[in-house]
Design a protein around this ligand. Sequence first.
Ligand code: SAH
Length: 250
Amino acid sequence: VGAGPGDPRLITLRGLECLARAGVVISDALAPRDLLRSAPPGAEIILAGSRDGRRTLDQAAINRIMIARARRGLDVVRLKGGDPTLFGRGGEEAEVLAAAGLPFEVVPGVTAALGAAATTGIPLTHRGHASSVTLATVHIGAGKSADAIDWSALAGAGTVVCYMGVGRLEATVRRLIAAGRRPATPAAVVRWATRPDQQVVAGTLRSIVSRARRAALAPPALLIVGEVVSLHSTLSWFDTGAGIDLSRTA
Ligand code: SAH
């Protein structure tokens, strides 16, 4: 189940339905903690994310737990930040369940890029600025080099959103410019998109590294690159207190 990008209200109705009947919830660190309150009082809650850079459960252990609980007849919800299949190993875990002969459903979620785009007022496509958007990860697996990434494809026209980019921000920006993206291209880093503590740093490819450093931006954050980022200054609504306050009408 995709938990959405951070604001617990951005889970889907189907996701909430699944949580409400879960016997077991195995939650990643990025899934909003508040959502766990939607599970039945007796449900077993397992926190499987990484804490302080260390994973509390490795992938093999998660797989074993999912299979064992499901075989006991329990409804297992594997709750993941954003969308489960985007840089979230959802595909790998579904393969494990398929191999074990267990029935499963995949509930999509609002991925971080879409959450960040909405709250920062950066439309990922726009008729005047970009007709394509690429979601990429610049996280390199152990033993792999950054050369494994097709930088010239990312440097082409259109919007690029890089997940897991904070630690690699400088290298990412350098590679994009080397591959031909103009240094004056608007760019933004968004941390904890859609949450009340969301942080946005905007600039250009030339300035974004030092600006993000000055703001001491830590993970989780993503980098958005492209002409559409120039709309942020006009369309940003999140920090202004705009939006519909449902607590007033309740
Ligand atoms: N499945 C998730 C992504 C998991 S990878 C999704 O669809 O959103 C983890 C990376 O996602 C983080 O390193 C960060 O780059 C990004 N991310 C997740 N939640 C975020 C948020 N609320 N704000 C900014 N970036 C976020």
